[in-house]
Design a protein around this ligand. Structure first.
Ligand SMILES: C[S@@+](CC[C@H](N)C(=O)[O-])C[C@H]1O[C@@H](n2cnc3c(N)ncnc32)[C@H](O)[C@@H]1O
Length: 251
């Protein structure tokens, strides 16, 4: 590897290490603040499990965890990690969150973290969550939370960046979505996570990454302020807001 390439490789690794740190912070908040809230730790379901961060934390506390994701590739990664870490109480299924193949009232807790922005029909998913939750069961919803202005500017860019992106939500959208679908909000946590813009754009095909970064840097000042955009060396970093809501099945 030539010197220039190795420098670039190190730069990429550094950006992804920072991403790992953010994901770890989100897992720690979940473990320290959310898990202690549950009184029944038998069976939990993690929807849109991805590479399994939430499921692995659940597995430390629940007797049984069921993890579903629509993408076989994500499930494979999570399954390999679980095997490597000798975690035996997680079952993985390829399944669409809009059509859960579980009987009514199966789970004490359902979690959906960083996945709702991918769903075609979040109301349908919430209906399914409500159906599979036991009476008085808990639903934990965690995702980005932006203002209407930020959504108007950022969503079109996110759609180009990631083809399965569907939409962002405001805080009021989340309240509405939960309360009008028979969930009672009990506790709300909010925090920010840093994200390097170059790494955020790196999920897009290589030939459009530069354009995505430039478009991001051209968002309005108001949105940059909301995202607390700052520069550190040659990296641009945003601090995006996360909302994590613990709600209870209501009737
Ligand atoms: C950012 S990842 C989620 C990360 C994970 N929940 C965590 O806590 O680390 C979003 C996941 O949602 C999954 N997903 C998107 N649409 C879905 C659907 N309709 N049903 C199930 N999973 C879906 C994607 O395949 C992806 O793995």
């Amino acid at each position: 590897m030539c010197q220039k390439e190795s420098k670039r490789q190190k730069h990429i690794e550094k950006m992804f290490r920072e991403r790992e740190k953010s994901l770890r912070k989100a897992s720690e908040i979940f473990e320290q603040k959310v898990i202690p809230y549950f009184n029944n730790l038998n069976e939990s379901l993690d929807i849109g499990t991805g590479s399994g961060y939430t499921a692995f934390t659940l597995a430390k506390h629940f007797k049984k965890v069921v993890s579903i994701d629509s993408e076989p590739k994500c499930l494979k990664t999570a399954e390999i990690k679980a095997a490597r870490e000798n975690i035996k109480n997680i079952q993985f299924f390829q399944m669409d969150a809009h059509k859960l193949k579980f009987p009514d009232e199966s789970f004490d807790v359902v979690t959906c973290r960083a996945a709702i922005h991918h769903f075609d029909d979040p109301i349908k998913v919430l209906g399914e969550v409500h159906r599979v939750l036991k009476k008085e069961g808990f639903f934990v919803l965690m995702d980005f939370c932006f203002s209407e202005t930020a959504i108007r500017e950022l969503a079109p860019l996110s759609r180009i960046r990631e083809s399965d992106f569907r939409g962002y939500y405001t805080f009021h959208d989340y309240c509405d979505l939960l309360e009008s679908n028979s969930f009672l909000m009990e506790v709300i946590y909010t925090y920010t996570l840093p994200r390097v813009i170059q790494e955020w754009a790196a999920i897009a095909p290589e030939n459009i990454q530069e354009r995505i970064i430039n478009a991001f840097l051209n968002l309005s000042e108001k949105v940059h302020k909301e995202l607390r955009l700052y520069k550190e060396g040659d990296r641009y970093i945003m601090l995006y807001r996360i909302v994590e809501i613990i709600s209870k099945k209501w009737r």
